[in-house]
Design a binder for this molecule. Structure first.
Ligand code: BTN
Length: 265
Protein backbone atom coordinates (compact mmCIF):
# COMPACT_ATOMS: atom_id res chain seq x y z
CA UNK A 1 0.00 0.00 0.00
CA UNK A 2 1.09 3.55 -0.61
CA UNK A 3 2.89 5.29 2.28
CA UNK A 4 1.30 8.73 2.23
CA UNK A 5 3.93 10.39 4.43
CA UNK A 6 6.65 10.30 1.79
CA UNK A 7 4.25 11.56 -0.83
CA UNK A 8 3.10 14.41 1.40
CA UNK A 9 6.75 15.30 1.99
CA UNK A 10 7.28 15.38 -1.74
CA UNK A 11 4.28 17.70 -2.19
CA UNK A 12 5.60 19.99 0.55
CA UNK A 13 8.82 20.51 -1.44
CA UNK A 14 7.32 20.37 -4.92
CA UNK A 15 7.53 23.48 -7.08
CA UNK A 16 4.83 22.12 -9.36
CA UNK A 17 2.10 20.42 -7.32
CA UNK A 18 0.40 21.95 -4.31
CA UNK A 19 -1.87 19.13 -3.21
CA UNK A 20 -2.56 15.42 -3.54
CA UNK A 21 -6.01 13.88 -3.17
CA UNK A 22 -6.13 10.20 -2.13
CA UNK A 23 -9.06 7.91 -2.82
CA UNK A 24 -9.55 4.29 -1.85
CA UNK A 25 -12.13 3.72 -4.53
CA UNK A 26 -13.00 6.06 -7.36
CA UNK A 27 -14.52 5.95 -10.84
CA UNK A 28 -11.55 7.43 -12.65
CA UNK A 29 -8.76 9.70 -11.40
CA UNK A 30 -8.89 11.63 -14.70
CA UNK A 31 -12.63 12.21 -14.39
CA UNK A 32 -12.18 13.33 -10.77
CA UNK A 33 -9.60 15.95 -11.79
CA UNK A 34 -12.23 17.63 -13.96
CA UNK A 35 -14.51 17.98 -10.92
CA UNK A 36 -12.13 19.19 -8.21
CA UNK A 37 -12.21 22.92 -7.57
CA UNK A 38 -8.62 23.94 -7.01
CA UNK A 39 -6.79 26.76 -8.76
CA UNK A 40 -3.36 25.12 -8.40
CA UNK A 41 -1.76 22.10 -10.01
CA UNK A 42 -2.61 18.92 -8.12
CA UNK A 43 -2.48 15.12 -8.12
CA UNK A 44 -5.28 12.57 -7.71
CA UNK A 45 -4.24 9.08 -6.63
CA UNK A 46 -6.53 6.07 -6.18
CA UNK A 47 -6.09 2.53 -4.91
CA UNK A 48 -8.83 1.28 -7.20
CA UNK A 49 -10.82 2.62 -10.16
CA UNK A 50 -14.24 1.30 -11.08
CA UNK A 51 -14.36 3.19 -14.39
CA UNK A 52 -10.71 3.50 -15.36
CA UNK A 53 -10.48 4.93 -18.85
CA UNK A 54 -7.93 4.31 -21.60
CA UNK A 55 -7.40 6.00 -24.94
CA UNK A 56 -10.05 5.63 -27.65
CA UNK A 57 -12.75 5.13 -25.00
CA UNK A 58 -11.28 1.84 -23.90
CA UNK A 59 -11.59 0.53 -20.39
CA UNK A 60 -8.51 0.52 -18.13
CA UNK A 61 -8.74 -2.48 -15.80
CA UNK A 62 -7.92 -1.12 -12.33
CA UNK A 63 -8.04 -3.74 -9.53
CA UNK A 64 -7.56 -2.63 -5.92
CA UNK A 65 -4.10 -2.17 -4.52
CA UNK A 66 -2.29 -3.91 -7.38
CA UNK A 67 -1.29 -1.10 -9.67
CA UNK A 68 -0.80 2.66 -9.72
CA UNK A 69 -3.63 4.91 -10.92
CA UNK A 70 -3.04 8.63 -10.75
CA UNK A 71 -3.67 11.85 -12.63
CA UNK A 72 -1.84 15.16 -12.69
CA UNK A 73 -3.71 18.37 -13.33
CA UNK A 74 -1.52 21.14 -14.75
CA UNK A 75 -2.68 24.61 -15.67
CA UNK A 76 0.24 26.25 -17.41
CA UNK A 77 -0.12 25.89 -21.16
CA UNK A 78 3.57 26.46 -21.86
CA UNK A 79 4.03 22.96 -23.22
CA UNK A 80 2.04 21.90 -26.24
CA UNK A 81 0.01 18.69 -26.17
CA UNK A 82 2.38 16.53 -28.23
CA UNK A 83 5.34 17.56 -26.15
CA UNK A 84 3.49 16.83 -22.93
CA UNK A 85 2.81 13.31 -24.23
CA UNK A 86 6.50 12.94 -25.00
CA UNK A 87 7.83 14.17 -21.68
CA UNK A 88 5.31 12.10 -19.70
CA UNK A 89 6.16 8.97 -21.66
CA UNK A 90 9.88 9.52 -21.20
CA UNK A 91 9.53 10.09 -17.44
CA UNK A 92 7.47 6.88 -17.14
CA UNK A 93 9.85 4.90 -19.32
CA UNK A 94 12.92 6.04 -17.39
CA UNK A 95 11.21 5.27 -14.08
CA UNK A 96 10.32 1.74 -15.13
CA UNK A 97 13.61 1.05 -16.88
CA UNK A 98 15.27 1.07 -13.44
CA UNK A 99 13.53 -2.24 -12.79
CA UNK A 100 14.16 -4.10 -16.00
CA UNK A 101 15.81 -3.87 -19.35
CA UNK A 102 13.69 -4.39 -22.46
CA UNK A 103 11.01 -1.80 -21.62
CA UNK A 104 10.31 0.37 -24.66
CA UNK A 105 7.90 2.92 -26.04
CA UNK A 106 5.20 2.19 -28.54
CA UNK A 107 4.50 5.38 -30.47
CA UNK A 108 3.40 7.76 -29.14
CA UNK A 109 3.22 7.04 -25.42
CA UNK A 110 2.53 3.44 -24.47
CA UNK A 111 5.17 1.81 -22.32
CA UNK A 112 5.58 -1.78 -23.41
CA UNK A 113 7.52 -4.91 -22.69
CA UNK A 114 7.61 -7.43 -25.55
CA UNK A 115 4.61 -5.66 -27.07
CA UNK A 116 2.53 -5.90 -23.88
CA UNK A 117 1.52 -2.72 -22.11
CA UNK A 118 3.04 -2.05 -18.68
CA UNK A 119 1.98 1.61 -18.50
CA UNK A 120 -0.63 3.67 -20.32
CA UNK A 121 -1.07 7.43 -20.50
CA UNK A 122 -4.30 9.32 -21.16
CA UNK A 123 -3.97 13.10 -21.62
CA UNK A 124 -7.15 15.17 -21.71
CA UNK A 125 -7.74 18.91 -21.86
CA UNK A 126 -10.43 21.34 -20.77
CA UNK A 127 -11.08 24.40 -22.92
CA UNK A 128 -13.31 27.43 -22.47
CA UNK A 129 -13.87 28.50 -26.05
CA UNK A 130 -10.38 28.38 -27.51
CA UNK A 131 -8.67 29.02 -24.17
CA UNK A 132 -7.01 26.05 -22.52
CA UNK A 133 -8.08 25.89 -18.86
CA UNK A 134 -6.04 22.87 -17.82
CA UNK A 135 -4.59 19.55 -18.88
CA UNK A 136 -5.10 16.24 -17.09
CA UNK A 137 -2.39 13.62 -17.46
CA UNK A 138 -3.61 10.20 -16.35
CA UNK A 139 -1.11 7.43 -15.77
CA UNK A 140 -1.77 3.79 -15.11
CA UNK A 141 1.22 1.63 -14.19
CA UNK A 142 0.72 -2.12 -14.00
CA UNK A 143 2.75 -2.86 -10.90
CA UNK A 144 1.63 -6.29 -9.74
CA UNK A 145 -1.72 -7.31 -11.24
CA UNK A 146 -1.69 -10.80 -12.71
CA UNK A 147 -3.03 -10.41 -16.24
CA UNK A 148 -2.39 -14.04 -17.15
CA UNK A 149 -5.80 -14.86 -15.60
CA UNK A 150 -7.69 -12.25 -17.60
CA UNK A 151 -8.36 -13.72 -21.05
CA UNK A 152 -8.94 -10.33 -22.72
CA UNK A 153 -5.69 -8.89 -21.42
CA UNK A 154 -3.17 -11.68 -21.14
CA UNK A 155 -1.82 -11.04 -24.64
CA UNK A 156 -1.74 -7.25 -24.36
CA UNK A 157 -0.93 -6.33 -20.73
CA UNK A 158 1.84 -7.21 -18.29
CA UNK A 159 2.85 -6.03 -14.83
CA UNK A 160 6.29 -4.93 -13.70
CA UNK A 161 6.29 -7.83 -11.23
CA UNK A 162 5.77 -10.33 -14.03
CA UNK A 163 8.45 -8.69 -16.14
CA UNK A 164 10.94 -8.96 -13.30
CA UNK A 165 10.04 -12.54 -12.49
CA UNK A 166 11.15 -13.64 -15.89
CA UNK A 167 13.74 -11.06 -16.71
CA UNK A 168 17.02 -9.37 -15.92
CA UNK A 169 16.65 -6.58 -13.35
CA UNK A 170 18.69 -4.45 -11.00
CA UNK A 171 18.58 -6.05 -7.55
CA UNK A 172 19.15 -2.71 -5.80
CA UNK A 173 15.69 -1.60 -6.88
CA UNK A 174 13.94 -4.69 -5.51
CA UNK A 175 12.91 -5.03 -1.90
CA UNK A 176 12.69 -8.45 -0.28
CA UNK A 177 9.05 -8.87 0.73
CA UNK A 178 7.86 -10.48 3.95
CA UNK A 179 6.81 -13.61 2.09
CA UNK A 180 10.38 -13.96 0.87
CA UNK A 181 9.38 -13.00 -2.65
CA UNK A 182 10.68 -10.05 -4.59
CA UNK A 183 8.39 -7.11 -3.94
CA UNK A 184 8.23 -3.87 -5.86
CA UNK A 185 7.57 -0.67 -3.96
CA UNK A 186 4.70 1.23 -5.66
CA UNK A 187 5.33 4.36 -3.66
CA UNK A 188 8.95 4.52 -4.83
CA UNK A 189 7.83 4.11 -8.43
CA UNK A 190 5.32 6.93 -7.99
CA UNK A 191 7.80 9.25 -6.31
CA UNK A 192 10.53 8.52 -8.87
CA UNK A 193 8.07 9.26 -11.64
CA UNK A 194 6.77 12.48 -10.06
CA UNK A 195 10.25 13.86 -9.45
CA UNK A 196 11.34 13.12 -13.02
CA UNK A 197 8.11 14.52 -14.47
CA UNK A 198 8.47 17.67 -12.39
CA UNK A 199 12.08 18.18 -13.51
CA UNK A 200 11.24 17.72 -17.19
CA UNK A 201 8.11 19.86 -16.91
CA UNK A 202 9.76 22.76 -15.13
CA UNK A 203 12.81 22.77 -17.40
CA UNK A 204 10.89 22.71 -20.62
CA UNK A 205 11.68 24.22 -23.14
CA UNK A 206 15.37 24.19 -22.13
CA UNK A 207 15.36 20.40 -22.16
CA UNK A 208 12.97 20.00 -25.09
CA UNK A 209 15.51 18.89 -27.68
CA UNK A 210 17.17 16.43 -25.31
CA UNK A 211 13.87 15.00 -24.08
CA UNK A 212 12.49 14.58 -27.60
CA UNK A 213 15.68 12.91 -28.82
CA UNK A 214 15.75 10.51 -25.86
CA UNK A 215 12.07 9.67 -26.39
CA UNK A 216 12.58 9.11 -30.12
CA UNK A 217 15.52 6.83 -29.40
CA UNK A 218 13.35 4.52 -27.29
CA UNK A 219 10.50 4.07 -29.76
CA UNK A 220 10.03 0.45 -30.84
CA UNK A 221 9.17 -0.91 -34.33
CA UNK A 222 11.23 1.60 -36.34
CA UNK A 223 11.97 0.29 -39.83
CA UNK A 224 9.40 -2.43 -39.34
CA UNK A 225 6.15 -2.96 -41.25
CA UNK A 226 3.23 -1.68 -39.20
CA UNK A 227 -0.54 -1.31 -39.36
CA UNK A 228 -1.62 2.15 -38.36
CA UNK A 229 -5.14 3.29 -37.52
CA UNK A 230 -6.03 6.90 -38.19
CA UNK A 231 -9.65 7.81 -37.56
CA UNK A 232 -11.58 5.06 -39.41
CA UNK A 233 -8.76 4.13 -41.80
CA UNK A 234 -6.09 1.50 -41.42
CA UNK A 235 -2.81 2.06 -43.24
CA UNK A 236 -0.20 -0.62 -43.85
CA UNK A 237 3.33 0.63 -44.33
CA UNK A 238 6.83 0.91 -42.96
CA UNK A 239 7.52 2.96 -39.83
CA UNK A 240 10.39 5.16 -41.06
CA UNK A 241 11.10 7.58 -38.20
CA UNK A 242 9.65 10.21 -35.88
CA UNK A 243 9.90 13.92 -36.69
CA UNK A 244 11.23 16.48 -34.18
CA UNK A 245 7.62 17.50 -33.40
CA UNK A 246 6.89 13.89 -32.39
CA UNK A 247 4.79 12.93 -35.42
CA UNK A 248 5.33 9.53 -37.04
CA UNK A 249 6.57 9.03 -40.61
CA UNK A 250 5.10 6.05 -42.45
CA UNK A 251 6.11 4.93 -45.92
CA UNK A 252 3.37 3.49 -48.08
CA UNK A 253 3.81 2.68 -51.77
CA UNK A 254 7.13 4.55 -51.93
CA UNK A 255 5.64 7.73 -50.41
CA UNK A 256 6.29 9.05 -46.93
CA UNK A 257 3.53 10.69 -44.87
CA UNK A 258 3.62 12.18 -41.36
CA UNK A 259 0.84 11.68 -38.80
CA UNK A 260 0.52 13.62 -35.56
CA UNK A 261 -2.01 11.26 -34.04
CA UNK A 262 -3.29 7.74 -34.61
CA UNK A 263 -2.40 4.32 -33.28
CA UNK A 264 -0.07 1.51 -34.27
CA UNK A 265 -2.21 -1.63 -34.13
C1 BTN B 1 -4.18 3.89 -22.42
O1 BTN B 1 -3.13 3.27 -22.59
O2 BTN B 1 -5.17 3.66 -23.13
C2 BTN B 1 -4.23 4.95 -21.36
C3 BTN B 1 -4.56 4.37 -20.02
C4 BTN B 1 -4.57 5.41 -18.91
C5 BTN B 1 -5.04 4.84 -17.59
C6 BTN B 1 -4.91 5.82 -16.47
S1 BTN B 1 -5.16 5.09 -14.87
C7 BTN B 1 -5.22 6.66 -14.15
C8 BTN B 1 -5.98 7.57 -15.09
N1 BTN B 1 -7.40 7.48 -14.84
C9 BTN B 1 -8.06 6.92 -15.86
O3 BTN B 1 -9.28 6.72 -15.90
N2 BTN B 1 -7.22 6.64 -16.85
C10 BTN B 1 -5.85 7.01 -16.51
Amino acid sequence: MINTIDILNYIKDSLLFKKIYFYKNIGSTNTRCFKIQNKNNFIVLAEKQTRGRGRYDRKWVSPAGKNLYFSLLVREPHIEYNKLCILTALAALETLTKYSTGIRLKWPNDIIYKNKKVCGILIERKFTGSKLDFTVIGIGINVSADFSRIPDLKKTAISLTDIIKGHDSRPSEIKQGTAGKKEINSEKILLDFLKLFERYYLHFPDMEVRITAKWAGKIAQKNEPIRFRIRDNVITGKFKKVNPDGSIVIETGGKENSYGFGEII
